[in-house]
Design a protein around this ligand. Sequence first.
Ligand code: NAD
Length: 356
Amino acid sequence: MKIALLAGDGIGSEIMAQAIKVLEALRSDGLRIETEAAAVGGAGYDAARDPLPEGTLSIARAADAILFGAVGGPQYDTLPRAMRPEQGLLRLRKELSLFANLRPAVLYPELASASSLKPEIVAGLDIMILRELTGDIYFGQPRGRRETEGEREGFDTMKYRESEIRRIARVGFDTAMKRGRRLCSVDKANVLDTSILWREVVNEVARDFPQVELSHMYVDNAAMQLVRAPRQFDVIVTGNMFGDILSDEASMLTGSIGMLPSASLDAANKGMYEPIHGSAPDIAGKGVANPLATILSAAMMMRHTFDRADVADRIEGAVRQVLGQGLRTSDIWQDGMRRIGTVEMGDAVVSALAHR
Ligand code: NAD
């Protein structure tokens, strides 16, 4: 297992250090893990005047999977766009053709009160949002601004080719097969031609997956259902723009940004794994960041790139055990729980792992 470690900026190095401890524990259990670290984002700019230095890109290319921390910081906000830290992330996704973005929204029963929704609606929530990442209105041409009848006009183009829809639909069905075997495809087929094609192609792919129960939902309804009765979903598959919005909505159902991992995969299941949160400059260097989203990203890596669901289950079980022991970083702390720092949380997971 060749893993590139790109910690990035802000709390990136603190949370990455905890995930590395977990990987080291797995290595001493016999997993053949090789890691190589490289600079990205603001750290890449500081080291090589480039948010994605050439050396970092080649390490990422050579790896089977990438564990990514977070990028960004106020000191980089005034750089020209091409030099900004987030360009490192966007270019990596593009260079590696990572078209499938998997965002689980899991609410551990111990954290049910962290959600702004009533606990009875969200307790035990476990859904997966699959967002297409390289097409749709975010990349469609033509786009731009022009002058029309004496006023300014902005325009973008929503489009999907059937091959793009087919490959993300396949990931959706495959993902559903590994979970509860229910897939909900979200579109706006009552209004958009792109969505009518989307629905057609998803239905075609469904023929290869008779064990998966497929449903379709309009995006406006999906946005409502996610807050009304989110547990009705197992896997949701959708395009880039709808997925952008729905995945953020779904993650907030859990109320704890420090807990949520994500994966972005290519056609061969090579992937980049990262917490959904940013570099949190407000708490960087204080030793209080929650490392669990990054540790859970490593678990996703075991499941999706290395096909080791057993190892992923072990890591996720260790995290659950630590929460069950009442250990909490500040972001998820509640009355009666023990408040601990980043390093202690990493140590607690490693120690729970040893007993599983
Ligand atoms: P953020 O996710 O970094 O922080 C939002 C809030 O959540 C902050 O109060 C932060 O302290 C808290 N938080 C985030 N992660 C946490 C963790 N692991 N443990 C405890 N608390 C945590 O978002 P932001 O403040 O909007 O952005 C900060 C920087 O991060 C910006 O430069 C932004 O561009 C960048 N960013 C990067 C990514 C990425 O690398 N994928 C994603 C989002 C934002």
